[in-house]
Design a binder for this molecule. Structure first.
Ligand SMILES: *Cc1c(COP(=O)(O)O)cnc(C)c1O
Length: 379
């Protein structure tokens, strides 16, 4: 089945009691049993909910996975993967990734005795160099937030398999429309569904997708035991979002191409970080593992004076200054003080995330209007 058909029909079966074409919002905390243990597979809503089940089925389908699990946020999904580990275990993660993931690793899990080793994943040999017998998880994100670096998922998965290490890929930036890490050999895919999957900036949610039955059982056990489950309203919103994911992504990609080139040709703009440029170091891998380049990009002005950067950030009208990404409306963000403020400044700059970096989430408005907005703000 082709992507467009798959995304629209994923997880949606007419409601058995009424035939409703959209899965109802089952706003209930419990389910009545005829006699103890005599139920229809639903006992208590932390463990199972029909709206969540429809979404979890959809999650599996859109990532070509056998199983999907829904969580109350992207970070809760990440947290669930980390709970597979024991004290003494080691995790290899990218030195350039979402600030909240770094915060969870360094501020929460390090104190439980889990060790994190950060490497530049542009070169997979850097991963090989730090593997030990304690390495249990490789955490990759591609394209990375906010520098748009590319990790070769297939190459990393071969290393992971050879050493029996779980590979989890944060696929938030690409969305399943552009990339399917399980098909490239990853064991688990993680999404902040708050972003492209929901797509309308009205819900916070996370997802995990996997093929392995045992891994699904372990992750479901943690989901149920720790309780970071989404409510049925939120599941409904993401289910609805997924139905238009392919149409939205097509426009995000088209607008992304136009805006990346506009910025690159702008006299006042220095570097533009976008993986669709042929001279981007990850271009060859991105072209191989992705079906397009999306609407996320970052740039720096030639004028390194912070006032110039701040002026752009506060002068756009269509690009709203806000954290988050992946919604239909365009957003502008200052990673150093907003989304990535939890990473120590030295660490940030060492990894190439400068104080003057501006990140754009290009929405699906008319590209000419967006360019006009940037033109007025940059001058
Ligand atoms: C937003 C984001 C997360 C965290 O997801 P939440 O839904 O905000 O908890 C993780 N990874 C990436 C790449 C993100 O952009």
């Amino acid at each position: 089945m082709k992507i467009a058909t798959k995304f629209i029909h994923a997880g949606s079966e007419p409601d058995p009691s009424t035939g409703a074409i959209m899965t109802p919002i089952y706003q209930t905390s419990t389910y009545v049993q005829a006699s103890p243990g005599n139920h229809k597979g639903y006992e208590y809503a932390r463990s199972q909910n029909p709206t969540r089940k429809a979404l979890e089925d959809a999650y599996a389908i859109i990532e070509n996975a056998k199983h999907g699990l829904a969580f109350s946020s992207g970070v809760a999904a990440t947290d669930t993967v980390l709970k597979l580990l024991q004290p003494g275990d080691e995790v290899i993660a990218a030195s350039d990734m979402y600030g909240g993931t770094y915060r969870l690793f360094s501020k929460v899990y390090e104190k439980f005795g889990i060790k994190f080793i950060y490497v530049d994943m542009n070169n997979v040999d850097n991963i090989k160099a730090v593997i030990t017998t304690n390495t249990k998880l490789i955490w990759a994100e591609t394209p990375t937030n906010p520098l748009m670096n590319i990790v070769d998922v297939k190459a990393v998965s071969e290393i992971a398999k050879a050493h029996k290490i779980i590979l989890c890929v944060d696929n938030t930036f690409a969305s399943p429309y552009l990339q399917n890490p399980l098909d490239l050999g990853a064991d688990i895919v993680m999404h902040s569904a708050t972003k492209y999957l929901g797509g309308h900036s009205d819900v916070v949610q996370g997802a995990l997708m996997m093929n392995d039955d045992k891994l699904r059982e372990q992750l479901y056990f943690i989901q149920k035991s720790c309780g970071a489950v989404p409510g049925p309203q939120d599941c409904f919103l993401v289910l609805r979002g997924i139905k238009t994911l392919h149409v939205r992504m097509q426009r995000h990609c088209e607008n992304g191409i136009k805006i990346a080139h506009y910025l690159r040709n702008h006299l006042k703009v220095d570097k533009v970080f976008w993986c669709g440029f042929e001279d981007h170091p990850g271009y060859a891998v991105a072209s191989k593992q992705m079906r397009g380049f999306g609407g996320m990009m970052s740039f720096e002005l030639k004028d390194k004076n912070m006032e110039a950067t701040m002026k752009v950030l506060s002068s756009t009208h269509l690009f709203s200054l806000a954290e988050s990404l992946g919604g239909v409306e365009s957003l502008i963000n200052h990673p150093a003080s907003m989304t990535h403020a939890s990473i120590p400044r030295e660490e940030r700059i060492k990894n190439g995330l400068n104080d003057g970096l501006i990140r754009l989430s290009v929405g699906i408005e008319d590209a000419d209007d967006l360019i006009e907005d940037l033109k007025n703000a940059i001058g």
